[in-house]
Design a protein around this ligand. Sequence first.
Ligand code: AMP
Ligand code: ZN
Length: 139
Amino acid sequence: MAADPDCIFCKIIAGEIPCFRLYEDDATLAFMDINPANDGHVLVIPKEHSADVHAVSADAITATVLTAQKIAAAVQKTLEPDGLNLLQCNGPAAAQSVFHFHMHVLPRKNGDALKMNWGLNPGDMDRIGEIAERIRANL
Ligand code: AMP
Ligand code: ZN
């Protein structure tokens, strides 16, 4: 599987960097975002490295969307958010900060006024870990 030794998400896939792992199959990995825009913010990535939507293979993007749907269901059941975005960012104007294709599963609250480029603020690791455990139980 294609990997980039300098890519932080490839390092997470390889287990070289820790993550709050939720789900894994042959083609994809889902884990908690450590700078959550809202509680229950999850990232879904293909294991095959590619930078963005222009580079990702058809198989990898398909597998990623299917895993994102599975995660969205578990997040919905666990946290019962008022809404939920599946989204994916490409390039600087879209605030892409990690150049390994990924999808955000992003729970929404009524009135949270979240902007598309929401900024990165470190979350509380204990809280993220506790939410991860609850989502895992619904997968
Ligand atoms: P994007 O801005 O679409 O490129 O999103 C990249 C996301 O990766 C951001 O929401 C970051 O908070 C998240 N992120 C970066 N490093 C890590 C990490 N080590 N573990 C979990 N999430 C991360
Ligand atoms: Zn990578």
